[in-house]
Design a protein around this ligand. Structure first.
Ligand code: ATP
Length: 269
């Protein structure tokens, strides 16, 4: 579980077209794609390519998907680890996993290194909750060592995701580390409709299903919630042995997904 994942460019690579909505976010990241695809264009005129980009936004809004799409668009490999994998680990293991991943990344540059839930590792030192956690600090220190260690134009771009930028250790936000930030918001009505269209692909819809209307009634839903909604509806339809997903299936799964969301937020708060 805690080993780095690797996705190589190819048929299954994610592309920007797989990321619905998030127009401004994609525009901001287009530059990163160009850095990775044409590094000489920038280094040739003395430009310093950014090392780290922090994606900030609520869970399920498509941060991982965006990072994968940047790698896919640039045609470079994608390496990833999740901060939460290190929480219960023996001292030293997290740091060595980080070291191994960066060693692999260097061999495969240009590439993207993605760290999901970076706040699990990079929360402010001594900030209450699990303060003085040796394992976490060692993992964080190793991450900083690695980021400082590779040259600015080595072709590795580190992307990290968090929904808690407020608790991050300021050390990781210093220039030359994660000095760029892209905010990934919850989708608006237009974004929700586009996300629904992506996740309705391959799912035959009955005549009474109007994605625009569903978009209007799913205020606050993230991309992950909408994906879940369409999937639950498809399951309900298949269970009944019907060929077309009806509005009734979606209404029922709306209640199911909606209740699930409520439960989750209660646990968090
Ligand atoms: P977390 O912080 O929980 O890791 P995240 O922001 O990284 O969440 P993703 O893992 O990228 O979210 O999204 C989960 C799933 O939700 C995606 O695999 C995709 O199916 C769907 N999804 C989210 N956002 C979008 C989007 N903008 N377009 C299409 N699908 C989306």
């Amino acid at each position: 579980k805690s080993r780095a994942q690797r996705i190589d460019p190819g048929e299954h690579a994610k592309k920007f077209k797989d990321v619905a909505g998030l127009k401004e976010e994609k525009e901001e990241l287009e530059e990163i794609v160009d850095f990775l695809a044409n590094p000489a264009k920038y280094t040739g005129i003395g430009a310093r390519i950014p090392k780290g980009i922090l994606l900030v936004g609520p869970p399920g809004t498509g941060k991982t998907l965006l990072a994968k799409a940047v790698a896919g668009e640039a045609g470079v490999p994608f390496f990833s680890l999740s901060g939460s994998d290190f929480v219960e680990m023996f001292v030293g293991v997290g740091a060595s996993r980080v070291r191994d991943m960066f060693a692999e990344a260097k061999k495969n540059a240009p590439c993207i290194v993605f760290i999901d839930e970076i706040d699990a590792v990079a929360r402010k030192r001594g900030s209450g909750l699990g303060g003085g956690h040796d394992e976490r600090e060692q993992t964080l220190n190793q991450m900083l060592v690695e980021m400082d260690g590779f040259g600015v134009n080595e072709g590795i771009i580190v992307m990290a995701a968090t929904n808690r930028v407020d608790i991050l250790d300021p050390a990781i936000l210093r220039p030359g580390r994660f000095d760029r930030r892209v905010t990934v918001g919850r989708p608006d009505v237009r974004g929700r409709e586009e996300i629904l269209q992506v996740h309705a692909k391959g799912k035959p819809l009955g005549d009474d299903v109007d994605l625009k209307k569903i978009a209007q009634t799913t205020v606050g839903f993230t991309g992950a919630d909408l994906e879940n909604l369409m999937n639950e509806a498809a399951i309900a339809c298949a269970k009944d042995g019907r060929k077309f997903i009806e509005q009734e299936d979606i209404s029922k799964s709306f209640i199911k997904v909606g209740i699930g969301k409520e439960k989750k937020s209660k646990i968090i708060s």
